[in-house]
Design a protein around this ligand. Structure first.
Ligand code: NAD
Length: 253
């Protein structure tokens, strides 16, 4: 087994990284792994996906939680031996869709969401779905999320929490300005074959893709669609979506 580790930069994660290397029967191969351990929180998972985005079809992610909420991170450090045994069993896999975003022709990918926004001013632009001009918007911004990302920023913006087995994307406007509030549709859930096109009219704005963000000016078109790529995660057979929601949001103190 060729494996690699993406870890958070803290004591617990570094110690667990050492332990994985001592325990696992495999070769450390950062360039072409088949298993990628993510040791940390959800942010570490997002980093691991970004690092191996062009190898997604070949890798399985094993997400171990040493962080805070850990919505993607099903495993705990003390379950290391158990999860290493599970690696041979390909039935313990769950696949999550990712979004493909094209910014004036340049392509990037998001596991959680793509957000187009402006700080301190209103973001202005037109939103098209499959070529139909649907909305002229003035808002803080637009968030388009995956099902697995629906529990992240999307949830804070009052978007719907979406079951992870569905293949779709969700568009939510961030604080639409009151005079246009009645002429917009938000949240909007679209099937996997649709394409959202944003034509910004604001001069400057930021685009964040999961953890990273870049300030842009003079972008003509931002296209977002559900990608053919999927992220494969090792999963616990005792876990399911409602249970995860309850543990991470309802029962948290
Ligand atoms: P961070 O350090 O600001 O923390 C974001 C929090 O969101 C963490 O507690 C993380 O565990 C949690 N999170 C991430 N993905 C999740 C998911 N799919 N379901 C449930 N919780 C999830 O940022 P980070 O750790 O670098 O994570 C980046 C993510 O932060 C972005 O993709 C975005 O979704 C989220 N975010 C949320 C808000 C908000 O809720 N107001 C604002 C900005 C970014």
């Amino acid at each position: 087994m060729r494996y690699s580790i993406v870890a958070k930069d803290d004591y617990v994660s570094k110690e667990l990284t050492k332990k994985i290397k001592e325990t696992i029967n495999g070769t450390y191969d950062e360039a072409k792994p088949s298993i990628v351990f993510s040791v940390g929180g959800d942010g570490t998972v997002l980093d691991a996906v970004r690092k191996y985005i062009y190898l997604l079809n070949e890798i399985t992610l094993v997400a171990i939680n040493t962080g805070n909420i850990g919505f993607y991170t099903e495993f705990l450090p003390e379950e290391l031996n158990e999860l290493i045994k599970m690696l041979d069993d390909k039935t313990n896999i769950i696949k999550y869709p990712v979004l493909e975003v094209e910014i004036d022709g340049k392509v990037d990918y998001a596991l959680n969401e793509v957000v187009v926004f402006v700080n301190h001013h209103l973001f202005e632009g037109k939103i098209f779905v499959d070529g139909t001009e649907l909305m002229d918007i003035r808002a803080d911004g637009v968030c388009i999320s995956t099902p697995s990302g629906s529990t992240a920023y999307n949830k804070s913006l009052k978007g719907a929490v979406v079951d992870r087995d569905l293949e779709l994307m969700q568009l939510v406007l961030m604080a639409p300005f009151e005079t246009i509030d009645k002429r917009v549709i938000t949240p909007l859930i679209l099937n996997k074959d649709r394409e959202v096109l944003i034509k910004p009219q604001s001069k400057y704005f930021d685009i964040s893709v999961d953890r990273t963000f870049v300030t842009y000016q003079k972008v003509d078109e931002i296209k977002v669609r559900v990608s053919e790529k999927k992220v494969k995660f090792l999963r616990k057979s005792t876990q399911n979506f409602p249970k995860r929601l309850k543990e991470k949001f309802i029962s948290r103190t």
